[in-house]
Design a protein around this ligand. Sequence first.
Ligand SMILES: C[S@@+](CC[C@H](N)C(=O)[O-])C[C@H]1O[C@@H](n2cnc3c(N)ncnc32)[C@H](O)[C@@H]1O
Length: 215
Amino acid sequence: MDIVNPQINEYVLAHSSPADDLLRELAAETRAATGDSAGMQISHDEGEFLTMLVRLVGAKRAVEVGVFTGYSSICIARGLPADGHLLACDVSEEWTSVARRYWDRAGVADRIELRIAPATETLRALPTDQVIDFAFIDADKVGYPVYYEELVSRLRPGGLIVLDNVLRGGRVLDPAFDHEADIAMRKMNETIVRDERVDAVMLPVRDGVTLARKR
Ligand SMILES: C[S@@+](CC[C@H](N)C(=O)[O-])C[C@H]1O[C@@H](n2cnc3c(N)ncnc32)[C@H](O)[C@@H]1O
């Protein structure tokens, strides 16, 4: 199911600040190098959205779960101040080797710390008093509840967690879709809307994005 009419998506893209040449080159290299997996990359308009959110929150300390070839991490890092820090979590040396090259070229490598390990391990190992201003979750869907909990407990008041793919192509609507990722996402969405620690807004941006802001 298309969440948004494809023509509307094109129009949205055409009327958002355009991605620069570097991000377009990264998208093209990702398509050439990873084939069908390239569909995991966020879209240009979602990237601009992330940069704007990071700036609006005034974030300095950010976390990303799910780096792939680095598109969203560049967008997040560009929204941070020069002394900002992005902890980037992924399990793939291969995909993140592309990301490292583009972080260098984007001039943001000095603000990104990459940890190659299951994100559950990385996040659980963070000090409990570590303060996070902004987080983006875009990795294995079954892991979302753990990632959300580890991040929300460290989020400062006014801090923001952004979760991607919360609509799963519309499959969250129908329990007949019983893939573990669809089940996990339904549970995640129910948890967030009942979580009294945050105000939550779910938006039909691409495959669905939830913004959870700590009270
Ligand atoms: C949807 S892609 C991320 C796309 C990325 N945000 C972008 O804009 O290009 C999901 C990523 O999550 C990573 N991943 C999968 N399972 C993971 C886990 N348990 N811990 C950390 N990363 C994981 C994959 O290696 C993959 O790079």
